[in-house]
Design a protein around this ligand. Structure first.
Ligand code: ADP
Ligand code: MG
Length: 315
C-alpha cells in the first residue's frame, strides 16, 4: 500500500468529502428520528473542519457514516473521491469517542500493530511512531500500558494512533473530550500543526465554540441539518460588529427586530457602545454588556437554540 511521506508535498487538490442528501433515520414508524436530514456538503482536501453542534445534533452519526462504520438510510456519501463503501480504510485516521486502543498493550505496541495492519514498512513505522509520539507528547510514556493511562493520556494516544500512518483524511469525534483545559489547548495546537505542515484534511466534531473557532471552516449542525457554514470570523461578522447582551428574566425588548432570547439572556446586534439602542437602555438603568459575537451567538441565531452550555454563550 503506498504511503505519503511527511516530507512530500501532500497538498492535493480535489474533494475530500461530498454528501448529497445524506439521511440517517434511526428507529421505525412513530418513533423514528432523522439523525441526519438530507445533508448536502462538500469539503475540499486540506480543509480543517469544525463540526459544531449540541448533543444529539448528528455529529457522531455523520462521522460514523464517513468512516464506513454506519450505513446511511439514503443519499450519497463520497469520501476521497469514492463511494464510502469502496473506501480504502488506510486513507482514514480515526479517533472516536470509544478508544481504538488495546488496553493490555503499551502505546508503542498499539501503534506498531496499526502500522503493521496498514502495511507500513519497518522504516516508515518507526518514523511515524516517533513523530506521532512527539506530536502528542507521549514519547516518555510510550512503554506504558494503555490500561494504566489517565483519560487524558489515553485520549492523546488515540490521537497519535489516528495520525500515525499519515492518512489523507483525519476524523476526530470530540477529540478533546475528557482533557483538562491545558491539554485541550495542546491537542488543538497539535491539530493546527498537522493541518499547517502536512495539509491533511481534518474533520473534528465539538460542542465547544472555542474549539470550533480554531478550525478553518465551521459547519454547524442542528437536528441533522446544516444551519451555518463558513470561516469562524466570517460567521461571527455576519451577525454584526458587536452584540448587546442583557441578563434579565423580565426584560421586554424595545422592538421585535434583531432581538433573540436564550434562557434569561437577550441579545441584539448593535453598531457599538454608542448605538442608540445601547444608550437608550443605559438611560433606563438597564444593566447590559456589549461584546464581540461568538460562534455561540451565531448558533443561537441560526438554530433558535443554544449549544446547551451556558458558559459557551459568553465570550
Ligand atoms: P451528537 O454526536 O451530535 O451528539 P449523534 O449523532 O450521536 O449526535 O445522535 C444524533 C441523534 O441520533 C440523537 O437524537 C441520538 O439519540 C440518535 N441516535 C444516535 N445513534 C443512535 C442509535 N444507534 N439508535 C437510535 N438513535 C440513535
Ligand atoms: Mg457525539
Amino acid at each position: 500500500m503506498p504511503h505519503d511521506h511527511p516530507e512530500h508535498d501532500v497538498r492535493s487538490h480535489g474533494t475530500a468529502l461530498s454528501l448529497d442528501k445524506l439521511t440517517k433515520i434511526f428507529g421505525h414508524g412513530k418513533r423514528s428520528l432523522a439523525a441526519l436530514d438530507e445533508l448536502d456538503l462538500k469539503i475540499d482536501r486540506g480543509e480543517w473542519i469544525g463540526l459544531l453542534g449540541p448533543n444529539g445534533s448528528g455529529k457522531s452519526t455523520l462521522l460514523n457514516i464517513i468512516s464506513g462504520q454506519l450505513a446511511a438510510t439514503s443519499g450519497r456519501c463520497d469520501v476521497l473521491g469514492k463511494p464510502v463503501e469502496n473506501l480504502d480504510r488506510g486513507a482514514l485516521g480515526v479517533a472516536f469517542q470509544t478508544t481504538a486502543l488495546d488496553p493490555r498493550l503499551t502505546i508503542r505496541e498499539n501503534l506498531l500493530d496499526l502500522a503493521r495492519l496498514q502495511g507500513m514498512s519497518h522504516e516508515d513505522s518507526v518514523a511515524g511512531l516517533t513523530e506521532a509520539l512527539a506530536r502528542t507528547e507521549l514519547t516518555e510514556r510510550a512503554d506504558d500500558r494503555v490500561a494504566t493511562l489517565s483519560g487524558g493520556l489515553a485520549r492523546r494516544a488515540d490521537l497519535a494512533r489516528a495520525m500515525l500512518h499519515h492518512p489523507d483524511l483525519i476524523l476526530l469525534d470530540e477529540p478533546t473530550g475528557g482533557l483538562d483545559p491545558i491539554a485541550r489547548q495542546r491537542c488543538l495546537d497539535h491539530l493546527a500543526e498537522v493541518h499547517q505542515t502536512q495539509n491533511r484534511t481534518i474533520i473534528m466534531s465539538t460542542h465547544l465554540v472555542e474549539e470550533a473557532a480554531r478550525s478553518e471552516r465551521v459547519i454547524m449542525l442542528h437536528e441533522g441539518r446544516c444551519v451555518a457554514d463558513g470561516a469562524p470570523e466570517a460567521l461571527c461578522r455576519e451577525i454584526g460588529d458587536w452584540i448587546l447582551r442583557i441578563y434579565e428574566t423580565d426584560f421586554e425588548p424595545p422592538s421585535d427586530e434583531g432581538w433573540t432570547r436564550q434562557g434569561n439572556a437577550w441579545t441584539c446586534p448593535v453598531s457599538g457602545s454608542d448605538d442608540p439602542v445601547v444608550e437608550d437602555l443605559l438611560s433606563q438603568q438597564i444593566e447590559l454588556s456589549v461584546l464581540k459575537p461568538t460562534l455561540a451567538d451565531v448558533f443561537v441565531r441560526k438554530s433558535g437554540q443554544s449549544l446547551g452550555h451556558p458558559e459557551a454563550v459568553r465570550s
